[in-house]
Design a protein around this ligand. Structure first.
Ligand code: SF4
Length: 91
């Protein structure tokens, strides 16, 4: 089973509020935009209308990679509230 198939087994309990806040005033100064490339869920994108970074937080795998990759500190990263977020299936 490849990684895409394995990720397809995960389920998500969606919260109304994001657990990762993007500080746009910091993000817009970053030229590298590493978050676009490192997220295994490809959840980051640039809003074509506003030019701001956008995140589909509902599909977050809670790996923390974006937090580490965002060297300018534009992310306020937390785990989802209890009972929300990814529900990994083991076995
Ligand atoms: Fe993507 Fe991982 Fe960051 Fe979630 S924690 S947005 S899966 S890089």
């Amino acid at each position: 089973m490849n990684i895409e198939a394995k990720l397809g087994l995960d389920a998500f309990i969606l919260d109304k509020e994001t657990h990762i806040v993007i500080h746009q005033e910091i993000c817009k100064k970053c030229e590298a935009k590493y978050c676009l490339y490192v997220c295994p869920g490809r959840l980051y994108s640039i809003n074509q209308e506003t030019g701001e970074m956008a995140l589909e937080f509902g599909g977050c795998l809670e790996c923390g990679t974006c937090m580490i990759a965002c060297v300018d500190g534009a992310l306020d990263w937390n785990y989802p509230r209890g009972g929300f977020g990814v529900q990994y299936r083991f076995g």
